[in-house]
Design a protein around this ligand. Structure first.
Ligand code: ACM
Ligand code: ZN
Length: 537
């Protein structure tokens, strides 16, 4: 790769001699190297997108680019296959296996003659395309957006810092339909994020169809009413529900895969399970009638860890989940599981004795380990919130560190993979401005500067231990977020800052430069009809 870049720079220097035009870069996340030239390319109706036909995925990426240019510039470009990379008036997606490019790495060279995107995979080509799309100037006149057909002459070389670049969405506290989920995936893709953590089950609603247990959605997807604002004693009297059929899930998984985003489904256990228990009360410790929860918080009724039938149920559920999600990771929650019910439950106490466990914390560890075995047997990897460390971490579990960095540090030192999502910097349900002027939020304060300044690799880790930090993600819990517009408002522009945290190199980060680029970038968000928090700088 470095060779190609050297050649490019030499060509660049030669070609720039005559009065180069200075272009502004507004690309987010910031690429490793960007060198503008004065050799601009003009897209016109005869421009052809050319891909390497030895790889079916390149064809898909070519089609994606075709659709975007059709939407943006209204050109219905031809798509062709060719080996000739010298072709004029073309956008070439070149599969380059000679330069040892990593999976997500790409190089773009824009000249007056053509646009070349080099990568070793279609995945890398897709990121080259995202960058290309951000090279287009957009003008806004009374909310009429015009995309220029001029692509500035440039050479860009780029690859990501982290392999886990994630965003989470809670569709349980409030349900969001598949069309919105796709729009959310689109904005992730635009920022070169590659992981969507889909929080699918909760106390307040079960959102995924499980064929063997239809009551999970017949009963568990609907709560009778919802508390109003932060008043735990006042309810709106309006049923709230919704779920995804397995066909919906397949559609969204494919949509995400086409954008190089892996979906990590979360099926919560042993806590945050009231919607499941309302549907199948026999899997709770008391078996009493339970209700899909109407308020927010942490609840004592959890799955019974002493009942083998609970594990059979979860095995069946996970078997259907595994069949739907091709990614490596299944998130099993594991957070905020009170132990009161287990302390009083004869079955749970019997389990503690029979397994020689010290206490209920070890019973939680037993629970997670048992689920991990099942996932491993199905070639999947378990990931859970940092409470899965309590009572002993399952042998190959990955940890999502949310209460701070400490659990992530501990897990990395134990040679376990880690995703950092500390609430201080990564909880996008927090306020991002003066609470008096913001829509109601859960609390906290995580503004743009806080997100931007975050470094996922804690200083406490040495180089060897740091390798276990797979990356970071932000979480959007929706207790107080009831509309798609509000989700977008909470996500944007903080997602833009996070994208730079997880993609760009640490040494390149510069908040002032980021803010300058962001002012241009938000026009792109607006043109795509995203609702973002107005910049206050
Ligand atoms: C969490 O925020 N309870 C993971
Ligand atoms: Zn029990």
């Amino acid at each position: 790769m470095r060779n190609i870049f050297t050649i490019c720079i030499i060509t660049l220097v030669l070609s720039c001699k005559n009065n180069p035009q200075i272009h502004e870069s507004s690309i987010i996340p910031k690429p490793i190297k960007t060198e503008f030239t004065n050799s601009d390319f003009k897209i016109n109706k005869n421009t052809t997108i050319i891909y390497n036909d030895s790889d079916i995925d390149f064809k898909k990426v070519a089609n994606y680019l075709h659709e975007e240019i059709k939407k943006n510039q209204n050109f219905n470009l031809k798509i062709d296959v060719s080996e000739k990379i010298s072709k004029k008036n073309s956008i070439l997606l070149i599969k380059d296996t000679t330069q040892n490019l990593s999976t997500e790495e790409y190089l773009i060279i824009v000249t007056r003659k053509n646009i070349q995107i080099f990568s070793s995979t279609a995945h890398g080509s897709f990121y080259g395309i995202q960058t290309l799309l951000q090279l287009t100037k957009i003008t806004n006149q009374n909310n009429q957006f015009t995309y220029s057909n001029i692509i500035p002459g440039v050479k860009i070389y780029d690859y990501p810092r982290f392999k886990w670049r994630g965003m989470h969405l809670d569709v349980c506290r409030h349900f969001y339909d598949k069309e919105f989920v796709k729009k959310y995936i689109d904005v992730l893709a635009m920022h070169k994020m590659n992981t969507f953590h889909w929080h699918l089950t909760e106390d307040q609603g079960w959102r995924i169809e499980i064929k063997k247990y239809p009551k999970l959605t017949e009963i568990g997807s609907i709560r009778k009413e919802t508390m109003v604002g932060k008043n735990w004693n006042e309810f709106d009297g309006i049923p709230h529900g919704g779920f995804y059929t397995q066909d919906d899930i397949k559609e969204v998984v494919q949509y995400a895969a086409d954008r190089y985003i892996t979906i990590v489904p979360e099926i919560e256990m042993p806590g945050h399970s009231l919607a499941a228990l309302a549907s199948y009360p026999e899997f709770g410790c008391t078996g009493e009638p339970y209700e899909v929860e109407k308020t927010w918080g942490v609840f004592n009724d959890v799955y019974c860890a002493g009942n083998d039938k609970t594990f059979e149920f979860l095995q069946d559920v996970l078997t259907e989940v595994i069949a739907l999600f091709p990614g490596k990771y299944i998130h099993i929650g594991g957070d905020e599981c009170p132990k009161e019910a287990w302390e009083k439950c004869p079955k749970c106490q019997k389990r503690i004795k029979a397994e020689g466990l010290k206490d209920e914390a070890e019973l939680q560890s037993y629970f997670i380990r048992r689920i991990e075995k099942l996932l491993i047997a199905n070639n999947k990897k378990l990931i859970g919130w940092d409470e899965i460390l309590e009572g002993g971490l399952a042998p190959s579990a990955a940890v999502m560190s949310w209460r701070g960095a400490e659990s992530g540090i501990q897990a990395a030192k134990m040679k376990h993979d880690v995703v950092m999502a500390p609430n201080k910097q990564c909880y996008f349900d927090h306020y991002q401005g003066d609470p008096a002027k913001e829509p109601l939020a859960i609390g906290g304060f995580t503004d743009l500067a806080e997100v931007y300044s975050y470094d996922p690799v804690p200083v406490e880790l040495n180089d060897q231990e740091s390798k276990y930090i797979m990356g970071a993600q932000a979480n959007i819990w929706t207790e107080y977020i009831t509309t798609p517009e509000h989700i977008e408002y909470m996500a944007l522009p903080r997602l833009c800052a996070l994208a730079e945290v997880v993609w760009s190199q640490k040494e390149q980060k510069d908040f002032e430069d980021f803010k300058t680029r962001l002012k241009i970038h938000v026009v792109r968000l607006k043109a795509k009809n995203y609702n973002y928090r107005t910049l206050d700088f």
